[in-house]
Design a binder for this molecule. Structure first.
Ligand code: NAP
Length: 345
């Protein structure tokens, strides 16, 4: 028999794919959200409208087998939902992030890694620096409130259709459009990603299995480098693109922002551990990252529905890229970073 599942969110990206996975498995899904994002989605589900930062009273006395929380970012809002739902849901699954790690520069982190501390006197303003510590504080609240009934998913970079961050999709679009492509060296840097649909399926499976505890969710199963990833994206389109690998020091000197201007780039002295976490517990429990080519094809098709002139949330403009390429090529004629394949690095 299907589960009665409450989703706090569910209409954007991660939640949306998880709801799709739950519906495909025959579960009965209720969505709680404000009615702002994707209100037309999932007409077959009950939608209860409300703002979790104010309260969940609109849910009334309903009870659920499980709650999936994809929209909790601040301790106060997670405390509110945990208190309200403690006696109304069987289990509480919280979508966290590997950004909770206290030492994101270290590679190989698993579920036992130390979590970043959060100081309540710092407030709950959400920004790049506070995101991880706030999510860690949210995790602690879920664990304290639900104990054995708590499930925590810690995904790394999530990609695929409907990703609002554009971090992966920008590269897909950029490499499909051909020409010389500015790539952040070294090509041998490790990279991890997971199709959000695989996280969705895995989350639903864990809920069905009655799993508890923490799962670090990242892929692919085999270690992969940025050079291999961008090379695959390039080959997929079959176009005339060419990767030009630039020295990271040059890019930093030029003010190029890692991860934002050139997504998927984390410099050597940055939080490189975010691309080398250890997902073995999740893989052993059934996480099954799909082949890159499937994510690529679906992302490509989804990009076709992008509105004309819709601004990118990540990446650099063609003119800025051209300017950087010109400068890099002028100063690097003999640098090993200029090798097109980057495999030699
Ligand atoms: N993207 C990544 O690479 C990545 C990596 C690691 C972890 N994560 C985690 O994945 C999750 C991202 O999820 P998503 O945004 O894609 O999930 P989603 O559940 O698909 O979308 C967010 C949902 O939250 C609802 N919502 C937002 N504010 C709300 C409020 N105040 N009250 C009630 N509902 C509210 C939105 O609807 P309304 O706007 O209609 O309210 C929407 O349904 C986050 O927890 C993030 O930390 C993401």
């Amino acid at each position: 028999m299907g589960m009665k599942l409450l989703v706090l969110g569910g209409t954007r990206f991660v939640g949306r794919h998880t709801v799709e996975a739950a519906l495909a498995r025959g579960h009965d899904v209720t969505l709680f959200h404000r009615g702002k994002s994707g209100p037309e989605l999932f007409p077959e589900c009950e939608h209860v409208l409300g703002d979790r930062r104010i309260g969940l009273e609109a849910l009334g006395a309903q009870e659920f087998d499980a709650c999936l929380d994809t929209s909790g970012y601040r301790p106060s809002e997670v405390r509110r939902s945990a208190e309200f739902l403690e006696s109304r849901v069987g289990r509480y699954a919280f979508v966290s992030t590997i950004s909770v790690h206290a030492h994101p520069e270290r590679s190989g982190a698993d579920e036992t890694a130390e979590l970043a501390p959060w100081d309540p006197t710092q407030g709950e303003e959400l920004n790049e620096a506070s995101y991880g510590p706030l999510k860690a504080a949210c995790e602690r609240i879920v664990q304290a409130s639900f104990g054995e009934r708590a499930l925590v998913l810690r995904p790394g970079l999530l990609v695929g259709p409907h990703d609002p961050t554009d971090r992966f999709s920008w590269w897909v679009a950029r490499l499909a459009s051909g020409g010389p492509v500015l790539a952040p060296g070294p090509a041998g840097a490790r990279v991890q990603w997971l199709d959000a649909r695989d996280l969705g399926r895995f989350t639903v499976q864990l809920l069905e299995d009655g799993a508890r505890g923490v799962y670090t969710a990242a892929g692919p199963a085999e270690p992969t480098t940025l050079g291999e990833l961008l090379g695959s994206l390039l080959n997929y389109g079959g176009g005339d693109g060419e990767l030009i690998w630039a020295d990271p020091g040059f890019l930093l000197d030029e003010g190029v922002k890692p991860f934002r201007d050139l997504p998927l780039w984390i410099p050597e002295d940055g939080p490189r551990g975010l691309f080398s976490v250890d997902p073995s517990r999740a893989l052993a429990a059934g996480l099954n990252p799909r082949p890159l080519v499937h994510t690529l094809g679906d992302t490509h098709r989804w990009l076709g529905s992008r509105g004309p002139g819709q601004p990118w949330q990540a990446g650099i403009s063609p003119s800025r890229e051209r300017e950087l390429l010109d400068r890099w090529q002028a100063q690097s004629a003999h640098s090993p970073f200029a090798l097109p394949s980057g495999r030699e690095l």
